[in-house]
Write a protein that binds this ligand. Structure first.
Ligand SMILES: [Fe+2]
Length: 433
C-alpha cells in the first residue's frame, strides 16, 4: 500500500476525564479540507501513554482502528490510570508520529484536591482568531468545558459585515447540511493552531448548542438527516465516550471531580418541546442529580443564559420559566451555573446560587444596552471582550477569573483578567485584583 502523507494535521485531543482514565482522540487526514485524503481502507493506529513527555517508559499502549466510515477518526478509551495524574499521549501510523498531547485524569471519588476548570464557548472562525484558546492552553487547566458553538454552520455571506469577517471562508462555501460539509468545517477549525493547542493541553468536556447543527434548532422538528450528519461529524472530531445513534446523541452527563465538584452537563437543544427546555427524561435525570449530589459544589454546565433578564430573552431560559424553576427548586442553595451563548461575559445572582456566563472565544457580540446592569440588579458584572473564564473550585471556595483579550481581528492579543468573583451562597463577592 502506498505510504500516506502526514495524517495528523488536525492534532490530538483528550476528554471525558475519569479517575482511572480518559478518552484519546485523533483523526487521520492528510488533506483535511478535501475530504480527508485517506485511502478508502482501514488503518491500525498505535497509541501511547506515558507519565513523561519524552515517553521514556510507556504506561499504556495499544492500537485502534481508523475506518473510512468514521472519517478515519480514532477514539481510544484508556483505563487503568491513576487519579489526579498528568499523562502524555501520542499516536503513530505508517511511520508518522503525532504531536504530543497532555491530559489529566479526574480526582478519586474521595479526593478534596482543588479543581481548575476553564470555560469557553462560541468560536466563530470567520469572526476572529482563537487567541483566547492559546492563553487557555497555557494555563493547563484540569479540564476544559466547552459550552457550545464549537463550529458555526453558516456559509459565506454575499456581503460579509465589514470588520467582523476577518478569516473569510472560501467563496464557494455554503451552509453545512451534509456529512462531508460538516466534516470539512470541523477540519477547518481544527487546523487552527490555538484550538489545537487548547486540545493538546487538557482534557475537554463539550456540550453542543445550536450551531453545531443549525442556528436556533430545537427538538426533533427539523431535518433528521441534517442532525444525523451534524452529530456524526461532531462525534468524529471530539473525544466522546458515547457514540451517536442515528439522528440522536446523548450529550447530557455527569462528570464528578472528587468531593469538590459534580459537573452536570445539560443539553438544551435536542429534547426541547414548547414549555420544556430539557425534555422529560433529561429533566428526571437532572433533578435526581441535583438533589443527590454530595459534592461541595454542584455545577450545572449548559449553553444558555440561565438568569432572568429584563427585557427577557426569547431563546434562553427566560422562555422556559417552569423548567428553570424546577431546577432551582431541586438545586442546593449554592448552585453554580456555567453558561455561554451570548458572546459577552456576565455574572449573576440566582434565587439559589450564582451564574457565570463565559464570553465568546471569537464570535462577534450583540449590542448591549448601557443600562443593562441597572435594569437587572441581580446581574453584577458585564464585560464586552472576547475571552474565556477559569473557575477554581476547592472545599473552601469557588472563584472565577474572567480572562479577556483586547482584540481578535488579528493574532497576538495579550490576555488580562477583567474581574474575579467568589461565590458565597447566592451572592457574588468581587475579589480585588
Ligand atoms: Fe454563539
Amino acid at each position: 500500500m502506498a505510504k500516506i502523507k502526514f495524517p495528523f494535521t488536525l492534532g490530538v485531543a483528550s476528554g471525558e476525564p475519569a479517575p482511572d482514565g480518559v478518552m484519546l482522540w485523533t483523526r487521520l487526514a492528510p488533506d483535511p479540507l478535501n475530504g480527508g485524503g485517506m485511502p478508502a481502507s482501514s488503518f491500525d493506529v498505535r497509541w501511547e501513554v506515558a507519565e513523561d513527555e519524552a515517553f521514556g517508559r510507556l504506561t499504556a499502549s495499544g492500537t485502534a482502528r481508523a475506518q473510512p466510515a468514521g472519517a478515519h477518526s480514532v477514539h481510544v478509551k484508556v483505563a487503568g490510570l491513576r487519579p489526579s495524574s498528568v499523562y502524555f499521549y501520542r499516536f503513530r501510523v505508517d511511520g508518522h508520529t503525532s504531536r504530543v498531547g497532555r491530559t489529566k485524569t479526574a480526582p478519586a471519588a474521595g479526593s478534596t484536591a482543588p479543581v481548575r476548570i476553564a470555560v469557553a464557548s462560541c468560536q466563530r472562525y470567520e469572526h476572529g482568531y482563537f487567541t483566547a484558546l492559546k492563553h487557555l492552553a497555557a494555563e493547563q487547566p484540569d479540564v476544559v468545558l466547552h459550552l457550545g458553538d464549537y463550529i458555526y454552520e453558516y456559509g459565506k455571506p454575499a456581503a460579509p459585515a465589514p470588520g467582523r469577517y476577518v478569516r473569510p471562508l472560501k467563496d464557494s462555501t455554503a451552509a453545512c447540511t451534509t456529512l462531508n460539509a460538516y466534516r470539512e468545517r470541523y477540519a477547518l477549525y481544527r487546523l487552527d493552531p490555538d484550538l489545537q493547542a487548547a486540545h493538546a493541553a487538557a482534557p475537554w468536556l463539550t456540550i453542543p448548542d445550536d450551531h453545531e447543527v443549525v442556528n436556533n434548532y430545537q427538538g426533533k422538528t427539523g431535518d433528521a438527516k441534517r442532525r444525523r450528519a451534524a452529530y456524526q461529524a461532531n462525534y468524529e472530531h471530539l473525544p466522546y465516550r458515547v457514540k451517536p445513534g442515528g439522528d440522536a446523541m446523548q450529550f447530557y452527563r455527569w462528570r464528578p471531580f472528587g468531593k469538590v465538584a459534580d459537573l452536570l452537563l445539560a443539553d438544551v437543544r435536542q429534547y426541547r418541546t414548547p414549555g420544556d427546555m430539557l425534555g422529560p427524561a433529561q429533566t428526571t435525570w437532572l433533578l435526581d442529580r441535583l438533589t443527590t449530589s454530595a459534592a461541595r459544589w454542584t455545577v450545572l454546565a449548559q449553553p444558555l443564559f440561565f438568569a432572568p433578564r429584563n427585557p427577557p430573552s426569547a431563546d434562553a431560559w427566560d422562555a422556559f420559566p417552569a423548567s428553570r424553576a424546577k431546577i432551582l427548586q431541586a438545586a442546593p442553595d449554592d448552585l453554580v451555573v456555567l453558561s455561554g451563548d451570548v458572546h459577552n461575559a456576565w455574572a449573576g445572582e440566582l434565587d439559589r446560587g450564582v451564574e457565570f456566563v463565559a464570553t465568546a472565544v471569537s464570535s462577534a457580540p450583540p449590542a448591549v444596552r448601557d443600562d443593562a446592569l441597572e435594569r437587572n440588579p441581580h446581574l453584577r458584572f458585564f464585560d464586552g471582550h472576547r475571552g474565556y473564564l477559569v473557575a477554581h473550585a476547592s472545599m473552601e471556595e469557588f472563584t472565577v477569573d474572567y480572562r479577556t483579550v483586547a482584540y481578535v481581528d488579528r493574532p497576538g492579543a495579550p490576555v488580562s483578567t477583567a474581574a474575579s468573583f467568589r461565590a458565597v451562597g447566592n451572592k457574588l463577592v468581587r475579589i480585588d485584583l
